[in-house]
Ligand binder design. Structure first.
Ligand code: GUN
Length: 304
């Protein structure tokens, strides 16, 4: 039986509608949420991603402040820009688009961001929070994946989850978040021998390796949920994920498309984190309101 499609575009639309309501509520108190985005250099993919983030802000009523620095900007200049944004009360979230040019120490930069404005969730404090199960800002891509999984109505506890890819941005935080939800989590990476031996056991397979066609039907268990985080541009210009979608959808029970699956959710969760940061700054919510990293609109989607 062909898999059901997990529609990230539709869920994003719903969440963004909900966000507009939250922004309206903040407006009654004279508050406009603000997100600052720092882009160093002119990596074409990063420019597209930053453009999408700025567009999503406009769509939801969030003010965005775009800081474009040249590729040769010094580390000190980037740190000075972050210092100014940390002190600016109109800025509730700060995002430094990665990757940074090689002469800049990414760790130093991420740790300079005020923990309360770290809407990417990459500061060591927030990463540590993820380890113990109560980060302030869950990283956007794994957070989006978690909400997509919730729309399937599947209980994660006790399931075999296999995460392919161990990056700091996706694979590692994803594994921690699902471990917190009591899944049995395996993380595979570039040095894993016989990948298929692991993936075939997955009730939930999450692939974030950046390799088109990596996951083929023989590697997937019948009825598995397959989440494809990959975004790869082929020589002919097509955008594809890491999963052979046409083949694997015949075996999976649910699958995300590329594009239209995880991609839109990453940007949407950035807006969620920015609103969360704004609401915290204005004492409109407590951290324990969202310990489970949930958003109300997800339930509505799952019920439809
Ligand atoms: N580069 C690729 N993904 C991301 C992300 O989620 N956040 C930032 N800041 N940079 C990225």
């Amino acid at each position: 039986m062909a898999a059901r499609i997990i529609d990230g575009k539709a869920l994003s639309r719903r969440l963004r509608e909900e966000f507009r309501g939250r922004v309206g509520k903040l407006a009654t108190q004279g508050v406009v949420p603000g997100l600052a985005v720092i882009l160093v250099g002119d990596n074409p993919a990063s420019r597209v991603y930053v453009g999408n983030k700025v567009k999503a802000c406009a769509e939801c009523g969030v003010a965005s402040f775009h800081h474009a620095l040249p590729a040769e900007a010094s580390e000190a200049e980037v740190l000075a820009c972050i210092d100014r944004l940390n002190a600016d009360p109109a800025v509730n979230g700060i995002l430094v688009q990665l990757p940074l040019p090689p002469h800049i120490d990414v760790r130093k930069v991420l740790e300079a961001i005020a923990v309360d404005k770290d809407v990417d969730g990459f500061h060591l404090y927030n990463v540590g929070g993820l380890v113990v199960g109560n980060t302030i800002f869950p990283p956007c891509t794994p957070y989006g994946v978690q909400l997509l999984l919730e729309t399937t109505g599947t209980e994660v506890a006790g399931k075999n989850v296999v995460v392919v890819g161990a990056s700091n941005i996706v694979g590692k935080p994803m594994a921690l978040m699902l471990l917190q939800k009591e899944a049995t989590v395996t993380v595979c990476h570039a040095k894993t021998r016989d990948l298929a031996q692991h993936t075939i056991l997955a009730d939930i397979l999450i692939v974030a390796a950046g390799k088109p066609g990596l996951i083929v039907p023989r590697m997937v268990k019948e009825g598995a949920i397959v989440i494809d985080v990959g975004i790869n541009r082929l020589a002919d210009g097509r955008i594809v994920g890491d999963v052979d979608f046409a083949g694997v959808k015949e075996k999976a029970s649910w699958i995300t498309p590329v594009p239209g699956g995880v991609g839109p959710m990453t940007v949407t969760m950035l807006i969620e984190n920015t609103l969360r940061s704004t609401e915290r700054a204005h004492h409109l919510r407590k951290d324990d309101d969202y310990q489970d990293c949930e958003a109300p609109a997800v339930k509505a989607h799952a019920d439809n």
